[in-house]
Design a protein around this ligand. Structure first.
Ligand code: NDP
Ligand code: 2IT
Length: 445
């Protein structure tokens, strides 16, 4: 057994049942062999053993009362994985599937993603198994207040700065911020993704989706190609899917699908600005189902299916983890897909990733392709610290520069370590190296 296999094995044994965490660790560590060959100090000083262990995990009870006056109890998490590069930074997810393994996979990914952003942020993630679906605004508010009543003692603008993720958008960030401010008696940049009227950054809502398309464009440039005119399949219909779709439209591509956990719609004419506005209202305000798009525009809706069977040039998975398995990846490649840019975190299984790499398509893994969201959160933190706000053009320009820099870092690491064009190797090596060097500098941490 190789050293890396031993560590992966150890992680599986020490963290039983945390399958998503095992998968994320395996994906990162198996990329690192050529790096470790050149840096014996990493294994001599047990960097791998240290880096797979979160610095701190907090698990807490969230009692709240529903509209009928009934007691409800949820579980809250904050995984503070690594602070070598800066304060812990990463989103909060509210979804019934949330458990410790999912929180740890997301926090672990976040460490290397944040390292790639060129900014100084450590990695963390949190959330709850609370299901916001079907809850009233008042219920969501009471839940958020109870969640923050415990979380506030673990976070701070120089300690840990949460943001949104699945089920946590502007509404939830508002309620969470309000409660933090009451308890701490401080108006400070303790959360990102705030509304622009009270400390949020322009372009933060757009940033993850826009960034995923910018990353796609950078990958295509290496083959003298561009996203213009490409038929694109998008999954999800939340924050990341909406702004991926918007940027695709702006750049002259043709997005043809959107989905939610019930099914997907296929609009062969392409989703345009007007139809996207309908989706935004449907999802962000009415909180309805994507099926209603099919009813309104008379296009097919596929109940219980994902959109990967639709022929496309490019795919933008933007819903959730493991939404593309080996068969889906095979289908995409067989139907002519030449690019995958991951807006969601770990949307492709390890077997699916192998299919993309073996086919030699442009495959942008999540920690690189969706880093624009957290990068713009980093820009929000800078603006908060300076107590000023940058214009939308300014933030968008910085976002684009950051995505270009991330692409360059991944491409050159892949090249330098003998796997040109392999963005998985590139992202993992470049992301890991910066964290490992910081840990070495900081002594036994
Ligand atoms: P939202 O809550 O806004 O939207 C999530 C979308 O994905 C919804 O359409 C939802 O459908 C669908 N979805 C969620 N869970 C599942 C599931 N188990 N099966 C099928 N569909 C599902 O979240 P975001 O758009 O913010 O997040 C989407 C992905 O992007 C996640 O993987 C997240 O971690 C990642 N990400 C988000 C960033 C951000 O800035 N927001 C940054 C980087 C990555 P339904 O409404 O039916 O639940
Ligand atoms: O997965 C992610 O990078 C996010 N959900 C965004 C995190 C952030 O702090 O903006």
């Amino acid at each position: 057994m190789s050293y890396i296999e031993e560590i992966v094995d150890l992680v599986k044994k020490r963290n039983p049942g945390e399958y998503e965490f095992h998968q994320a660790v395996e994906e990162v560590l198996t990329s690192l062999e050529p790096l470790l060959d050149r840096h014996p100090e990493y294994w001599e000083e047990k960097i791998l053993e240290r880096i797979v262990e979160p610095e701190r995990v907090v698990i807490f009870r969230i009692p709240w009362m529903d509209d009928r006056g009934e007691y409800q109890i949820n579980r809250g998490f904050r995984v503070q994985f690594n602070s070598a590069l800066g304060p812990y930074k990463g989103g909060l997810r509210f979804h019934p599937t949330v458990n410790l393994g999912i929180m740890k996979f997301l926090a672990f990914e976040q460490v290397f993603k944040n390292s790639l952003t060129t900014l100084n942020m450590g990695g963390g993630k949190g959330g709850s198994d609370f299901d916001p679906k079907g809850k009233s605004d008042n219920e969501v508010m009471r839940f958020c207040q109870s969640f923050m009543t415990e979380l506030y003692r673990h976070i701070g603008p120089d300690t840990d700065v949460p943001a949104g993720d699945i089920g946590v958008g502007a509404r939830e960030i508002g309620y969470l911020f309000g409660q933090y401010k009451r308890i701490a008696n401080e108006f400070t940049g303790v959360l990102t993704g705030k509304s622009v009227g009270w400390g949020g950054s322009l372009i933060r809502p757009e940033a993850t989706g826009y960034g995923a398309v910018y990353f796609a464009e950078e990958m295509l440039k290496t083959r003298g190609d561009s996203i213009k005119g490409k038929t694109c399949v998008v999954s999800g219909s939340g924050n990341v899917a909406q702004f991926t779709t918007q940027k695709l439209i702006h750049m002259g591509a043709k997005p043809v699908t959107l989905s939610d956990s019930n099914g997907f719609i296929h609009d062969p004419d392409g989703i345009n600005e007007e139809k996207l506005a309908f989706v935004m209202e449907l999802k962000n305000i009415k909180r309805g189902r994507i099926r209603e798009y099919a009813e309104k525009y008379g296009v097919p809706y596929y109940e219980g299916e994902r959109p990967w069977s639709i022929a496309c040039d490019a795919a933008f998975p933007s819903a959730t983890q493991n939404e593309i398995d080996r068969d889906d990846a095979d289908t995409l490649v067989r139907n002519g897909c030449i690019l995958v840019s991951e807006g969601a975190n770990m949307p492709t299984t390890l077997e699916g990733v192998d299919v993309f790499l073996n086919a030699g398509i442009l495959y942008g893994p999540a920690k690189a392709a969706n880093a624009g969201g957290v990068a713009t959160s980093g820009l929000e933190m800078s603006q908060n610290a300076m107590r000023l706000s940058w214009s939308a053009d300014d933030v968008d320009r910085r976002l684009r520069e950051i995505m270009t820099a991330i692409h360059r870092a991944c491409a050159s690491a892949a090249e330098e370590y003998g796997h040109p064009g392999n963005y998985v190797m590139g992202a993992n090596i470049a992301g890991f190296k910066k964290v490992a060097e910081a840990m070495l500098d900081q002594g036994l941490v």
